[in-house]
Design a protein around this ligand. Structure first.
Ligand SMILES: [Zn+2]
Length: 304
C-alpha cells in the first residue's frame, strides 16, 4: 500500500482559543468535514471517523526543553528517539551528530527494498547553488533524500508538473524568487497535483515549512491565510486520493497553534490519517509519540 506523508512543520494541537490559536479561528471546511465537525485542537484527538482519524503525538519524547526541527524530523524519518540519543532537541538544521542518523531513513530503507520513493518538493536553482557553495546546509528531510541517492526535484520538474513548490501554489516563486512565469495553482489544484504525483510512488513526502515560519512570525493574518490555503489543498488532495493507500499528515513540534509565543511549544502534534479504516487502525495501533511514525509508515508500505 502506498503512503503519502504530508509533513507540516511546526503545527501542534493547541487550546480552543480563537484569540490565540489560529487553528481555533480559521475557516477550514475541508478539515472539519474530515473530522466530522471537529477542529484541529487538543480535545479533538483521538478520533476515528468514516474517512479520517486524528491522533495526538508527543513530540517532547522525555527530553527536556522545546522540541526542534532537525531532531524532530530525524525522529519522523528514522523512528529513533534522536534527541535522547544526540544530547537534546536541536535545530533547525542538523549538526553532524544528527546528520549521522539521516543515513538510515524511510527513504534509504525503501530504496534498498526496491520501492519507489520521492520528496515531491521542487527546489529553485538558487537553493542548489547555496548548497554547493557551502553557504547552506540541507535541512533534515532533503538531506535524507540525498543520502538515499534520490534526486531532489528542480525548477524544471516544477515547470513540468512533476513537483510542487514549497508554498504549494507557486506564488512564492513569482513574488520571492523572481520567476515571473512560474506556474500558479489554486490550493485545490495543488492538492490534486500532490495526490496524482504521490500515486506514482510507494512512499511520497511533501515538506511544508511556511507553517513554522508563520508561528515564529506571530502574524495572525499570515497564519489564517496559510491555514485557508492548507484547507484548500487538503480538499483537493482528498478529492483526488483513490484510497489505495494512506495520507499521513503530521508535524515535528508545535508552534503555529500558539501565537502568544514566537518559540516552539511543548504541545502534542496532530497525526491526521486519511484513507481506508483498516489501514488507519493498523497505523494508529501503539503510536504514542513521534518515534512510532516511521515504523507505522513502513508497515503500511510493505503490506503490498
Ligand atoms: Zn521553528
Amino acid at each position: 500500500m502506498r503512503v503519502f506523508f504530508f509533513f507540516l512543520d511546526g503545527v501542534g494541537l493547541g487550546a480552543d482559543d480563537p484569540a490565540g490559536n489560529p487553528l481555533a479561528a480559521a475557516p477550514m471546511p475541508a478539515l472539519r468535514h474530515l473530522l466530522e465537525g471537529r477542529r484541529l485542537l487538543r480535545g479533538a484527538a483521538p478520533f476515528h471517523g468514516s474517512r479520517a482519524s486524528l491522533l495526538a503525538l508527543d513530540a517532547c519524547l522525555g527530553v527536556p526543553g522545546l522540541p526542534q526541527s532537525a531532531t524532530g524530523q530525524a525522529v519522523l524519518l528514522t523512528g529513533l528517539n534522536v534527541p535522547a540519543r544526540s544530547g537534546g532537541h536541536y535545530g533547525p538544521k542538523p549538526n553532524q551528530t544528527i546528520a549521522a542518523y539521516l543515513q538510515d531513513t524511510l527513504f534509504s530503507r525503501f530504496v534498498r527494498l526496491g520501492k519507489r520513493a520521492a520528496l515531491l518538493n521542487a527546489y529553485p536553482e538558487g537553493y542548489f547553488q547555496r548548497v554547493r557553495s557551502g553557504k547552506w546546509l540541507y535541512s533534515a528531510i532533503p538531506q535524507a533524500v540525498v543520502n538515499a541517492g534520490l534526486p531532489l526535484f528542480t525548477a524544471e520538474d516544477f515547470y513540468a508538473g512533476r513537483a510542487v513548490s514549497a508554498d504549494l501554489t507557486g506564488h512564492g516563486w513569482r513574488e520571492r524568487l523572481g520567476h515571473a512565469d512560474a506556474p500558479l495553482l489554486s490550493p485545490r489544484a495543488a492538492g490534486r497535483r500532490l495526490a496524482a504525483l504521490a500515486s506514482n510512488y510507494d512512499f511520497a513526502m511533501f515538506e511544508y515549512w511556511p507553517s513554522d515560519y508563520a508561528g515564529h512570525g506571530q502574524d495572525w493574518q499570515t497564519a489564517v491565510t496559510l491555514l485557508k490555503t492548507l484547507d484548500g489543498v487538503l480538499d483537493g488532495l482528498v478529492e483526488k486520493w483513490d484510497d489505495r493507500g494512506l495520507i499521513v499528515v503530521t508535524s515535528d513540534h508545535g508552534n503555529l497553534e500558539d501565537l502568544s509565543t514566537r518559540r516552539h511549544t511543548p504541545n502534542p502534534v496532530p497525526c491526521l490519517l486519511i484513507g481506508p479504516q483498516d489501514l488507519r487502525r493498523a497505523f494508529a495501533a501503539d503510536l504514542p509519540d513521534l518515534t512510532g511514525v516511521a515504523g507505522a509508515i513502513e508497515r503500511v508500505v510493505l503490506q503490498g
